[in-house]
Ligand binder design. Sequence first.
Ligand code: 6PG
Length: 255
Amino acid sequence: MTSQPTGWTSSTMAPSIHRHADPVALYDAAAEMVATHIRQAAEARGACRLALAGGSTPRPLYRRLSQPDLAEHIPWKQLDVFWADERCVSPEHEASNYRMAQEALLDHVPIPAGQIHRIQGEIEPLRAAAHYADLVGDDPLDMVLLGMGSDGHTASLFPDTPELGHDIRRVVVTRSPVPPIDRVSLGLTAINAARLVVFLVVGPGKAAPLAEVARQLASPAPRLPAAMVRPTSGALHWFVDDAAAAELPELEVET
Ligand code: 6PG
């Protein structure tokens, strides 16, 4: 079910909420949207610049995208892959967001190696951020995939970092409350400049923070980073399963 719920309005377009009874249906639908958007961006602008989410939630989405029924219809040679954030660890480290995407997707599709733009988690964070900012550049990303932590963080933008809402840098160095501590992340400026932002939120552990984010989305001064994701002109989609949506305000079915 896709809906435009009350109480989720933000300063720009209201987000579209895609609620699915189970994660399998959610990942199918999200993969379809991602694949379609890659094709549309490639057709419209000759290339698609996609930033992948980290954490564990997106793994099934990446595996789904690597399956032939979708992968054969994605113009991989017109796709440039970035990351929404990275832990400051080596690319071989088990906590590496690059490694997760490599194993779940990139090793299984014909994307040219030169079009994979990882954050160099193995070098000093400020240097990694400067290098990555050059890679990302100033053009809007076509799509940013995001997860959400149980504390309402997204990418590696964590609550209670006062400068967060005012930081105009496209790439930032942050510190996580849980290891790996040092992080490099897209900043809100780069995320909110994207043409399409897609959140993936799955499981009962996200029900309370998701409800709090929903409440804060209508606020002019949200506290949780996930509620600060309000694309300036792009579209915002939330893919949530029933377990994560259990505490959401009533959703109006999209007409
Ligand atoms: C990261 C992610 C982070 C993640 C949330 C949710 O590097 O950890 O960018 O923002 O999306 O922490 O993580 P799970 O999907 O593992 O619950």
